[in-house]
Design a protein around this ligand. Structure first.
Ligand code: HEC
Ligand code: HEC
Length: 207
């Protein structure tokens, strides 16, 4: 765990900031030198995560365009602890560091996708306010990443986000300590409806 913590701190220290913009259901292009055939080792991921990591299934997250260091971090966490997986923990046991680096390189260079799904705009409006208050500092403003190393949540599949947030709340996912505090504050002040509003804001995919 301490290794992972150090790595997270390293990610925070390095920091990111790049801006992207997208229409709902569209992909946005990131600089890519992957015009050719994807490396063999990432093709096994497509069966669940979709072509290029853009998932078509609400239960499975898109992994295209996630920050490289976040990918390295979360893939290690599935294997060594800190992130709960129904399946990813077993999958990651089969790969070495070199292969994992190829995956992180490849998926971080694919275009980020804002998924199209049914979200209620009344809830999304409320969720936007809650995001600004509790989550924006780390998870970014609209499609603009923060410098804290956390992935964008906007445009993510609602089912996946709902379950994943639950995993942090019950503690089988161990994230950032400050994030745990903000999640606890959110639940204390706004309860389940607050959480659901946030999910609809992310699902709506409009900054
Ligand atoms: C059998 C289906 C399946 C395959 C194959 C698969 N994944 Fe996953 N992946 C999932 C599911 C489901 C989750 C959600 C966590 C869980 O339940 O394990 C997930 C979560 C993830 C996440 C976390 C995304 C986030 O937003 O934090 C990453 C990164 C990831 N997978 C990468 C990969 C890579 C790289 C491969 C190829 C080696 C791969 N996955 C192969 C099903 C799969
Ligand atoms: C202090 C910074 C910080 C704050 C504030 C924060 N997070 Fe996070 N969050 C992170 C980091 C860092 C990660 C990656 C942790 C990991 O590797 O498990 C993360 C991961 C997540 C994930 C998993 C993403 C994925 O694709 O699997 C979700 C969902 C999430 N946060 C939701 C929230 C919500 C909702 C809020 C606001 C209530 C919030 N976070 C506030 C830093 C933060």
């Amino acid at each position: 765990m301490s290794l992972l913590k150090n790595f997270s701190l390293y990610c925070l220290a390095v920091g990111w900031s790049f801006a992207v913009s997208a229409q709902q259901g569209e992909t946005i292009s990131a600089p890519s030198d992957d015009a050719g055939y994807p490396p063999m080792v990432v093709q096994t991921c497509f069966s669940c995560h979709g072509p290029r990591g853009q998932s078509q299934s609400p239960a499975i997250p898109s992994i295209a365009g996630l920050p490289r260091d976040y990918l390295l971090n979360v893939l290690a966490a599935y294997r060594y602890g800190g992130r709960f997986g129904t399946i990813m923990d077993r999958i990651m046991g089969a790969y070495d560091k070199h292969q994992v680096a190829i995956m992180a390189d490849y998926f971080s260079r694919q275009p980020y996708r804002v998924n199209k799904q049914d979200a209620k705009w009344q809830l999304a409006d409320r969720g936007r306010q809650l995001h600004r208050r509790y989550c924006r500092e780390c998870h970014g403003d609209g499609l603009q990443l923060s410098d804290k190393g956390a992935p964008l949540l906007i445009g993510g599949w609602m089912d996946y986000l709902r379950w994943t947030i639950r995993d942090y709340l019950v503690g089988i996912n161990q994230g950032d300590e400050e994030m745990s505090r903000q999640l606890a504050r959110l639940i204390r002040n706004h309860g389940e409806p607050g959480l659901e509003a946030l999910i609809h804001y992310y699902g709506k995919g409009r900054p």
